[in-house]
Design a protein. Structure first.
Length: 435
């Protein structure tokens, strides 16, 4: 994401301006929220102060991927009593409150990033890890919504997916989805939300269809014949081969993929040689592939291998290509999204922007298993953006994220058809990028 700076001294002025930009409730032609739902939203707002305190506690004591045990315990303790807890190896859990009606789940990411925080707040982390992607906000918001749902006159069924390793491979979402408990609980939909500093504070983007790309990582190893740099004719140069490959790989997107189907090929690292006057034995490149459609993803894999082999052959080298498949594309079920949008509009919180990007999120494993929604929540945040050492959403982000999650939950309960199957998925994906 692009860097975004926020002068600390102007935080209040800018926040006021953004709140003023929110369309007044009733300015959109949307049915008013039902009274029972309005009561739930009010209950969520009542839970926000306690959730903010929890957010600060989680922020001050972050744990990186693979070490989320303390965070898992803190979340289980913060949720209402009376849950059925299924522990999953690897610091994951499914926390369920059974009841009448469809069982809807919230995803909460437990892990932080290995960054040394530079926000200057009293509750900053000091252990070399940092919640620089908003996971502290997401976790606290989930607790606020679940507390409200369970405090209702008729407590509502809900599940929380406490997920480790969102930021690393292998994804912790796979631990959850592949667990016996996920299938046994009969979860029918998963709702997620992510803070987004590029959106107006308090507004929520809820976009149908594909919103994030499938993401894969590749490694290409070119092996040649090493020798003295003064005698290149006696060598097969893997550095030159790698250089040609980097340029040629960019032509996959410009000349092979459909221009209406977004794709990215990026080489992120190149390692070769140890001496200025020697042609090395090998050159190793790593990078990422992003695609918003399954057929485009397949094409990227095919052409990357073909180009590596072809360039290597042209230079008398050998190519070895390895591709590690990551998340699939993240697909928001259109039926659920439409109902959620109506709820958000009724709150005056629906953003007119439809956010899609070639970023990736392992929430996609849930959305490829059951109909799901991922929403993006506008926040007022100090710092240069997600994954930076000074990124810090303000406390209002907790309430905005909680309201987004509740809107998604209510949409999933209302939806008459929760089965957004593969055919519908393909149809909507094609419409999004070809109409």
């Amino acid at each position: 994401m692009e860097p975004r700076r926020c002068a600390a001294g102007r935080r209040d002025d800018r926040a006021d301006q953004r709140r003023a930009a929110v369309p007044p409730r009733g300015s959109l032609v949307i049915p008013a929220l039902r009274s029972a739902e309005a009561t739930l939203f009010a209950s969520v707002d009542e839970q926000v102060p306690a959730a903010i305190t929890l957010r600060r506690q989680l922020h001050a004591e972050p744990r990186v991927a693979g070490d989320e045990g303390d965070t898992l315990a803190a979340m289980v303790a913060a949720l209402p009593e009376g849950a059925e807890v299924d522990l999953i190896p690897g610091h994951a859990a499914i926390v369920t409150y059974p009841g009448d009606g469809p069982l809807i789940a919230f995803r909460a990411e437990l892990d932080a990033l290995p960054l040394s925080e530079d926000t200057g707040v009293a509750w900053a982390s000091s252990n070399g890890a940092m919640h620089a992607c908003g996971h502290d906000v997401h976790m606290a918001a989930v607790v606020a919504v679940v507390q409200a749902l369970r405090a209702a006159e008729e407590p509502m069924p809900v599940t929380v997916l406490l997920q480790p390793r969102e930021e690393t491979y292998p994804s912790g979402a796979l631990d959850v989805v592949h667990s016996e408990a996920f299938g046994a609980r009969g979860i029918q939909s998963v709702i997620g939300a992510h803070v987004q500093p590029l959106l107006e504070s308090g507004l929520i983007s809820c976009t149908p269809g594909v919103v994030n790309a499938a993401a894969d990582e590749f490694t290409v190893r070119f092996t040649g014949n090493e020798g003295h740099a003064a005698y290149p004719h006696l060598t097969a140069d893997p550095v030159l081969t790698a250089s040609q490959f980097v340029v040629a790989a960019q032509q996959i997107v410009s000349r092979n993929t459909d221009p209406m189907s977004p794709a990215v090929v990026t080489v992120g690292t190149i390692h070769a040689g140890q001496a200025a006057n020697a042609v090395p034995h090998e050159a190793v490149l790593t990078g990422t592939l992003r695609a918003m459609h399954p057929s485009t993803r397949t094409l990227l894999h095919l052409r990357l291998r073909e180009i590596a082999d072809g360039v290597a052959a042209a230079h008398g080298c050998r190519a070895e290509v390895s591709i590690v498949e990551g998340e699939p594309e993240l697909f928001n079920a259109p039926a659920l999204t439409e109902v959620a949008r109506s709820r958000l509009a009724g709150l005056g919180a629906l953003s007119p922007r439809e956010i899609r990007s070639c970023g990736a999120d392992d929430f996609a494993y849930y959305s490829s298993t059951v109909p799901s929604i991922m929403m993006f929540v506008g926040v007022d945040a100090a710092g240069q953006g997600l994954h930076s050492r000074d990124f810090l959403p303000d406390d209002a982000a907790v309430g905005s994220t909680a309201r987004a999650l509740l809107a998604g939950y209510l949409a999933a309960r209302e939806a008459k058809t929760l089965g957004a199957g593969g055919a519908l998925r393909e149809e909507v994906t094609s419409q999004v990028f070809h109409d």
